[in-house]
Design a protein around this ligand. Structure first.
Ligand code: TRP
Length: 369
């Protein structure tokens, strides 16, 4: 009973902060390409506010505030509400119902093995404080997100692979028990290693607000410059320009790997034809960090300036942003309600869908007599 071969994308973000360059190279850029490829029947982007609440129950205001930030980030990178449906998780009650059914198809032992959740539990100190059951089970709710839209493609960052794996297990188990009902999804992650995990400007593995090592899509040009010139980790052994430098672990070069194209040299640094030549000079000695950083700032600005300008436009029109989220959520509500009905039918718990069950009950009562 699965619908034909439609190509459906679902992906999403927790609205816990403004989106940064890590989000951009790791997923937003890809989403815009997918949107413009014309190859997909539907693309849904879910603002996962309920999932965000699983570790922010004491601070719903933060989630509420960041819904608009994330919407603005989406719109300003070029995601187009005519091609993509933006929706808000908490306004899709079918997701909650699906989560509750899927919970029965997952063991707590399996949930405990999810490597991403394990790492997050350690990071948030839940091991000592106590682990909220909602947080522990959020991979199940993510399976509900994905399956509710019949998504077959889920473009995500590498850290989300365990969620898609768990979703696939749930789908397989559901279909085995109740008959072919749910679509088996596939994760799509960025091909390029540096795009999968852009480090913070300080070289720490992850960009995080509390570490102050992010470059946000909404940062001013001045802030971007300050983050690169003031905080970006290079090579501590590269003291004088003529000293040989190291590329490995040098964040300026990691970012260049993610953002730089050959054309950028003709435009901003004509001494070199390409990044390999530049790296060679740096390793040989004679190329200073200042020059490299200036080049990187120019390249980052090429990406960030149009995003910033677009955001400024959308910020003046918050009514439209609201209407986009409202219309997208209404459409998503219909789609997810249909899936819930299909699931309940498959489980034969669709008691009030028709009056056929009365016949079954009558038959049963006769047999019991
Ligand atoms: N867990 C994802 C994150 O932390 C957000 C998310 C929620 C999501 N539901 C999803 C991603 C469904 C892909 C598909 O970024």
């Amino acid at each position: 009973m699965i619908k034909d071969n439609r190509q459906i994308i679902l992906t999403g973000d927790r609205p816990t902060g403004r989106l940064h360059l890590g989000h951009y190279v790791g997923s937003l850029k890809r989403r815009v390409e997918l949107q413009n490829s014309g190859k997909f029947d539907e693309i849904y982007i879910l603002i996962a506010d309920d999932q965000a609440l699983t570790d922010n129950a004491d601070n719903p205001g933060k989630i509420r505030d960041n819904i608009v930030n994330v919407l603005l980030d989406y719109l300003s990178v070029g995601l187009d509400p005519d091609k993509v449906t933006f929706c808000i998780q908490s306004s899709l009650p079918a997701l909650h119902a699906l989560t509750f059914y899927y919970m029965n198809l997952v063991t707590t032992a399996r949930l405990s093995r999810n490597p991403t959740v394990k790492a997050e539990i350690a990071m948030r100190g839940f091991a000592d404080e106590g682990l909220p059951a909602g947080f522990f089970t959020y991979p199940v709710s993510q399976a509900a997100d994905i399956t509710a839209f019949d998504a077959n493609i889920v473009p995500v960052g590498e850290d989300q692979l365990p969620m898609i794996e768990q979703t696939r297990e749930i789908v397989e188990k559901f279909n085995r028990i109740y008959g072919e009902t749910l679509v088996l999804p596939k994760a799509v992650i960025p091909e390029n290693e540096t795009q999968r995990r852009l480090p913070g400007v300080d070289g720490k593995a992850k960009m995080s607000k509390s570490l102050g090592n992010c470059i946000y899509l909404s940062d001013t040009a001045k802030t971007v410059k300050k983050q690169v010139n003031g905080k970006m980790f290079t090579d501590p052994q590269h003291l004088r320009i003529e000293d040989p430098g190291h590329i490995e672990g040098n964040v300026v070069f990691t970012y260049l790997d993610a953002f730089c194209r050959d054309e950028h040299f003709a435009e901003y640094l004509p001494d070199y034809q390409n990044l390999d030549e530049m790296k060679e000079h740096y390793m040989r000695g004679g190329l200073g960090d200042g020059t490299c950083k200036k080049f990187l700032i120019n390249i980052l600005e090429e990406t960030l300036a149009p995003i910033r300008a677009s955001r400024a436009q959308w910020e003046k029109d918050i009514d439209s942003v609201y209407d986009i989220a409202l219309a997208g959520s209404a459409k998503a509500r219909e789609v997810t309600n249909e899936t819930l009905a299909r699931v309940q039918r498959a489980m034969r718990i669709n008691y009030f869908e028709d009056r056929l069950i009365i016949k079954d009950w009558e038959k049963l009562l006769k047999e019991q007599r």
